[in-house]
Design a protein around this ligand. Sequence first.
Ligand code: BTN
Length: 251
Amino acid sequence: MKKTILGEPLLKLDSVDSTNNYAAALLAKGTAKDGTVILSAYQTRGKGQGTNTWISGAGENLLFSIILKPQSLPADRQFFLSMSISWGIACFLETLVKPVQIKWPNDILVNNKKVAGILIENTVSGMNLNTSVIGIGLNVNQDVFPEGITHATSLKLESGCEFDLNHTLEELTGWLDSCLMSVYQEQYGTVKVNYLNRLWLLNKWANYSDASGKFEGRITDITDSGELMVLQRNGEIKNYGFKEIAFNNML
Ligand code: BTN
């Protein structure tokens, strides 16, 4: 069985464009070891999902990327890697704050506000995943966010405590390690159940929009490829990929 030790080596940078880009460059050079973690105090061009950027105060939060070389993980199981990372972050956060929820596909919420974002960039070789760069931005000690950002929070805002970033990273990677192991051990059912248990709005009716307009829907499940399954009032279940559905408000 594959055993990845996250954080060996741990590369600490003061500033970089994006830890995900740095990780991709190491992979391109062929010098990246499985389990490498690249941590930076600051990013000049932090990347978010899609075309979004990730902005974070210098030295206040955790900004890091993990390099994995999963070898024998089937490419069609890659969403399980994503689910295991969300699950691992949630488990770590639950030791400190509550309630923690996962907003599909992989935003981490505390008290309905975003505390962490995940950007996973995979390469596939044949039927298997070749490399994975797992970028995580966790708001730790930031207590003031730029004007207009109203949906963000941090561990400090939620708990009232200041955290040591090195210790926080060590604890978090411990949880990520054990949740990743479930994927490598092909415990796909366990990974999915733990993800769904924390899924924001699961089984709750809410107002959404898709390409056809506004509708009332209820999230019922996730497909193995990571699509969101949403029941419509007419009894039909529609599957959505990233950015194909937007949440409007609760009913
Ligand atoms: C999102 O929620 O949109 C994903 C945000 C991911 C941000 C992290 S910070 C560390 C890593 N490096 C990046 O450039 N992005 C990810």
